[in-house]
Write a protein that binds this ligand. Structure first.
Ligand code: ATP
Ligand code: MG
Length: 255
């Protein structure tokens, strides 16, 4: 088993309006792990990601980075992919992907190889000079993922990145995400509402419940990687989906 990257230790969040979004969430994230957070709307999935990213403070508990990881993390930060691609419309695909390296002081020339590599990995190497408005929704999301991976992050936080896409694009992006994860070796914390997506991608599916947001259970998807489209049509895949759905429903039933 690979080493620990970070640990959520009784992580809690009460927003200023009094909403308890998270109540004592414990979770260990190991290096190269692929974890999905699954749960009903409002159970605190996005709140977990924001706390891990340090975008806001917790009101209880802690995010504990392992000592070896925290040193590295300063050079290889966390990357965040949102449901919206959040591209700069006035900038080319190349310049959008260059942004995180530019913010670290790298010139266009210095960043060139890395940007081209990141675009090639998402199949957009021939689109470097076009503007976001010329791209489909799926392609925009690929640019967003290229921008997130160009810094070789240790941890990738993805908040329903494919929820707005059609089924075909979503399936393809699932495969691309797994290929990138496999090749780059980051840990992934992936938020989704889709049981099917969570099971396909993840080694661990963490099921959350609402009011207050908490972890209600976890399913270890004990299937080998690389996973391919063929996995989706196996009886084992269906069985995992049933198991995860049951866990989701059992919590909803009690609410
Ligand atoms: N800035 C905020 N101020 C007050 N309450 C908030 C804020 N952000 C989120 N909440 C509340 O905290 C709870 C958890 O929100 P969060 O966005 O983390 O849920 P989620 O699981 O990501 O939901 P969804 O699946 O709809 O994206 C919800 O009740 C939400 O209304
Ligand atoms: Mg959310």
């Amino acid at each position: 088993m690979s080493s620990l990257l970070l640990r959520l230790d009784a992580l809690s969040k009460r927003y200023p309006n009094g909403t308890v979004a998270l109540d004592r969430v414990d979770l260990e994230v190991r290096c190269r792990d692929f974890i999905s957070l699954l749960g009903p709307s409002g159970c605190g999935k996005s709140t977990v990601l924001k706390l891990v990213a340090g975008l806001m403070p917790a009101t209880g508990g802690r995010v504990v980075w392992s000592p070896s990881a925290s040193l590295e993390t300063r050079q290889q930060p966390i990357s965040f992919v949102f449901q919206e691609p959040t591209l700069m419309p006035w900038a080319t695909v190349f310049d959008n992907v260059w942004l995180p390296l530019r913010l670290r002081g790298q010139s266009r020339e210095q960043a060139g190889e890395a940007v081209k590599g990141a675009l090639a990995r998402v199949g957009l190497d021939t689109f470097a000079n076009v503007y976001p408005r010329e791209l489909s929704g799926g392609m925009k999301m690929r640019v967003s993922i290229a921008r997130a991976t160009v810094t070789s992050p240790l941890l990738m936080l993805m908040d329903e990145p494919f929820a707005a896409l059609d089924e075909m694009s979503r399936g393809r992006l699932n495969d691309d995400t797994l290929a990138l994860w496999w090749a780059q070796g980051f840990s992934a914390l992936f938020v989704t509402h889709s049981v099917y997506e969570a099971v396909y991608l993840s080694r661990r599916v963490v099921v959350m419940g609402a009011r207050p947001g908490r972890v209600v259970g976890e399913v270890l998807i004990d299937e080998p990687y690389p996973r391919t489209e063929a996995f989706r049509s196996t009886p084992r895949y269906s069985a995992w989906c049933v198991q995860v759905s049951r866990m989701l429903r059992s919590d909803a039933g009690g609410a």
